[in-house]
Design a protein around this ligand. Structure first.
Ligand code: NAP
Length: 313
């Protein structure tokens, strides 16, 4: 039997994880992360969210680390994480589809000024307002054209938004103008009405969305952040909204989660908040993805979606 430890969703989720892994590959012997009956040397694989610092390093025969989410910063922030082992980021169809749906929803919600109507509904007020734009009039710029950004770009084009993207390397995606590297960031920003952030959390992307970046967007631009909270400098966003330079924002991720009740973001009339739910693939999809990856690894085939320490994602 291949032994797999799970730390995702707490101990109460173990029964469901077992059920999902049994359906995906019955050879997997699935245990909770803190199961006292499992000796550290028996563990072959782990699926983790926010493992306690130093714990992964204590599993001497571990072969692969699976992140239960697409981001891996919750693992690599551990100074002792085992760098010599493959680290697999969650991926697959379901994750990209759900993120695409979220980004389309967020852009349509900004386009149709849903925050204005939600505030009216909260006080039973008929706040009639005509839409100022249709999708063809708002250029969406996606920062990060990886697994998630590419799918979001395709889906946004499907509802009529002109779409462009910014990434480290140049892309060739149908109908999507590609900007690459720091040198092309200003031109990308100057031609973006709705900025969507789907970047990974790395030292280079930390604090990237600050006053300087926001000032390069056209007046009346809007922001969707579904990457990581570390990308956004919140006081700079609030200042840009309050000055009228930015017209609105949809935020799914925050530096501190849950977002503290005292945060000025909660009540801001220009901000829509969702609690880090943009793309959560189901446990059965994740179990299938991990079981397939383990089967590939054991057969000597390459692992999918590997984290590369030298590029930071
Ligand atoms: P990915 O496939 O690794 O794609 C990352 C993209 O960002 C790539 O296009 C990459 O450029 C670009 N990039 C990285 N560093 C850059 C830099 N310094 N300058 C310009 N472009 C840069 O990642 P993914 O699977 O799409 O996921 C992206 C992020 O979404 C995750 O890391 C996670 O933080 C977030 N996420 C959020 C949720 C949620 O529910 N809110 C769910 C899942 C994921 P290249 O293509 O040139 O390499």
């Amino acid at each position: 039997m291949v032994k797999l430890l799970v730390k995702s969703g707490g101990e109460k989720a173990l029964g469901h994880w077992r059920e999902c892994f049994r359906a995906a590959d019955p050879r997997l012997d699935v245990h909770f992360w803190d199961d006292p009956a499992v000796r550290p040397e028996e563990v072959d694989y782990v699926v983790v969210w926010e493992p306690q610092p130093g714990r992964l390093a204590k599993l001497p025969n571990l072969r692969v680390v699976f992140s239960s989410a697409a981001g891996v910063d919750h693992i690599t922030c551990d100074p002792a994480w085992p760098r010599h082992l493959p680290l697999v980021r969650m991926g697959g169809e379901g994750t990209a589809q759900r993120m695409g749906e979220y980004v389309v929803w967020a852009c349509l919600s900004l386009l149709r000024e849903m925050r204005h109507f939600a505030l009216g509904q909260a006080v039973a007020e008929w706040r009639h307002k005509e839409a100022r734009f249709d999708a063809s009039m708002r250029r969406v710029g996606i920062m990060g054209l990886g697994n998630l950004g590419r799918r979001a770009a395709e889906m946004l084009r499907g509802v009529g938004f002109p779409v462009q993207g910014w990434s480290r390397s140049r892309k060739d995606l149908p109908g999507v103008r590609s900007f690459a590297g720091a040198a092309e960031l200003p031109a990308f920003l100057a031609s973006t009405d709705m900025l969507v952030c789907l970047l990974p959390s790395t030292p280079e992307t930390a604090g990237l969305i600050d006053a300087r970046l926001l000032s390069q967007l056209p007046c009346g631009a809007e922001l969707v952040n579904a990457g990581r909270g570390s990308h956004l400098v919140v006081p700079d966003l609030l200042a840009a909204l309050d000055s009228g330079h930015l017209a609105g924002a949809v935020l799914d991720v925050f530096e501190e989660e849950p977002l503290p009740p005292a945060s000025p973001l909660w009540a801001h009339p220009g901000v829509t908040i969702t609690p880090h739910v943009a793309s959560m693939s189901s446990r059965s999809e994740r179990a299938r993805y991990i079981a397939d990856a383990i089967a590939a690894f054991e057969a000597g085939r390459p692992l999918p979606n590997l984290y590369e320490p030298e590029r930071g994602y």
